[in-house]
Design a protein around this ligand. Structure first.
Ligand SMILES: [Zn+2]
Length: 429
């Protein structure tokens, strides 16, 4: 009997080792930024097995030296770095003159198909992980799960469930009352207990995190400003209800009163943070919360407000004011040592142009290295995935990209990503 068990064990072991050998990929990297924040290395080999990085070795390891052989990917003339991560996208949407017509004419199913296309544009641009902070939640959870199951291709998605107050930035605007009634989310709440319910409800249906809007927003088609909207008791209840179930909270916020209130309530990140001033900076540094700057959104809406003609007057006014103030305040926050995680608000800008944010961050005084840290290590920390994402080292997911020349010398290299691997699968080469 024990001989039979031994034979089975041996055949399993043989199957396992031959399986592993078939799945070894060696990436020969001419320059390798394995740990953003540290100097890149030269002529190294990344060993990838079953979707994960198992080792990084000096020199170019030959396929013949691997038991059972290996696939070699030649990136000897490239600059290799971890997959980029965008902490603020809206994969179901792309701002433009046809938005109103589309939402009346397109089925939810067709919109979902279109978001698969937007997700693929994002992945091909080198963004292997995104945090979607505002889409029809059930559809985004489905897309997240379908990608994780390998049924469709796309970046890893961390999907938010939105909680907002009646008439606030997260609530529906700019359509007839009849349509507003249809489109109003179950997670629109008023008062602390109702907002507690809404946060729990979002988690019940699949939210990885809660997205709130402590201030008004630019794209809300109502003249309700961009100052604080949620009350302190509502903010605290959402953060506490989320924390009890192991979820973080991200808050959209423009004016400083709303940034300060959200930080006092304990949110993990402030989105946009357009008017981050001294009071907010102090709280950011005390709490360690991240600022997700979305400079690209500010630039895009300020430009569209002048050049295009589909925004209402109230939206245009907010867009020009906030859009033009963002970069200067971001510069002050960064200089004061605030933690920054990369985020674009893509969907406001076209999906796949995410790296334009990196150029804007450099323009606003951030070093190229700090920008890459924000888009890798810091982003991984914000979503609590530092153990599997953000660097190129043994044990992490094989999320790896490559560009022609060093983005540490010219950040615009990130606009033209030549190679994309996610979880060991090559999506662009
Ligand atoms: Zn957004």
């Amino acid at each position: 009997m024990h001989r039979l068990i031994a034979a089975i064990a041996a055949s399993i072991a043989f199957a396992a080792s031959s399986w592993a050998a078939e799945n070894v990929t060696l990436i020969h990297a001419g320059q390798l930024l394995a740990f953003p924040g540290e100097s890149p290395g030269r002529n190294q080999t990344i060993v990838v097995e079953d979707g994960r990085i198992t080792d990084v070795r000096n020199g170019f390891v030959e396929a013949a030296s691997i038991d059972g052989g290996a696939t070699v990917i030649d990136l000897r003339d490239k600059f290799v770095l971890p997959g980029l991560m965008d902490m603020h996208v809206h994969l179901q949407f792309e701002l433009g003159p046809d938005n109103d017509r589309d939402s009346l004419k397109m089925s939810d199913q067709l919109m979902q198909m279109r978001s698969v296309y937007y997700a693929m544009n994002t992945l091909k641009a080198g963004f292997t992980t995104v945090r979607d902070v505002g889409s029809s939640p059930q559809e985004m959870y489905a897309m997240r799960d379908a990608i994780n199951n390998g049924w469709i291709d796309g970046p890893r998605i961390i999907a938010a469930g939105g909680v907002g107050i009646t008439g606030g930035h997260a609530d529906v605007s700019g359509v007839s009352p009849e349509l507003m009634e249809i489109y109003t989310s179950q997670n629109i709440c008023d008062g602390p207990y109702d907002c507690r319910r809404a946060a729990r409800n979002a988690i019940k249906y699949g939210a990885d995190l809660i997205k709130i809007t402590s201030t008004g927003g630019v794209m809300t088609d109502r003249a309700t400003g961009t100052g604080q909207q949620m009350e302190m008791d509502e903010l605290r209840e959402v953060v506490q209800a989320a924390a009890r179930m192991g979820r973080k909270v991200a808050s959209h916020a423009h004016h400083e009163d709303g940034i300060v209130a959200a930080l006092e309530a304990g949110v993990a990140s402030i989105e946009h943070g357009s008017y981050t001033g001294p009071r907010a900076i102090k709280l950011f540094n005390e709490t360690g919360a991240y600022l997700v700057p979305t400079l690209l959104a500010g630039k895009t809406v300020a430009t569209l407000a002048v050049e295009a003609d589909f925004m209402s007057d109230v939206v245009k006014m907010k867009a020009i004011r906030v859009g033009n103030d963002m970069a200067g305040n971001f510069e002050k926050a960064h200089k004061a040592g605030v933690n920054i995680a990369f985020g674009t608000d893509s969907g406001i800008s076209p999906h796949g142009t995410n790296a334009e944010e990196a150029a804007l961050m450099v323009e606003a005084g951030m070093s190229e290295m700090d920008v890459i840290v924000a888009a890798t290590i810091n982003a991984a920390d914000l979503i609590d995935m530092s153990d599997s994402l953000g660097t190129i080292e043994g044990g992490k997911f094989a999320d790896i990209i490559a560009v022609d020349r060093s983005p540490l010398e010219n950040i615009e290299e990130l606009l033209d990503v030549d190679f994309v691997m996610k979880g060991g699968t090559v999506y662009k080469q």
